[in-house]
Design a protein around this ligand. Structure first.
Ligand SMILES: [Ca+2]
Length: 79
């Protein structure tokens, strides 16, 4: 299961995904995520995340997730 992706419909939002296969044949994803949104502010704070999925076609894929944004930023346009 990827970081932040839950079956809970009230969980954080992941939007605007993009996927590419790198030169080693490894799928990589990037997306905007409201995982770190402060529920006590009116704005929706978002971050950019990156995931690289090695051993994708195996029962135990090795998923590396990195938060690319140094600080959350306001993404109210995503509402
Ligand atoms: Ca907020």
């Amino acid at each position: 299961m990827l970081h932040g992706i839950t079956p809970d419909a009230n969980g954080p939002d992941q939007v605007l995904p993009a996927i590419v296969v790198d030169g080693c044949g490894v799928p990589c994803l990037i997306w905007y995520d409201t995982l770190n949104d402060d529920p006590f502010t009116d704005e929706t704070e978002v971050d950019v995340y990156f995931a690289r999925i090695r051993d994708f076609a195996t029962p135990n894929p090795n998923v590396t997730v990195i938060r690319l944004s140094e600080e959350s930023f306001v993404g109210s346009y995503l509402n």
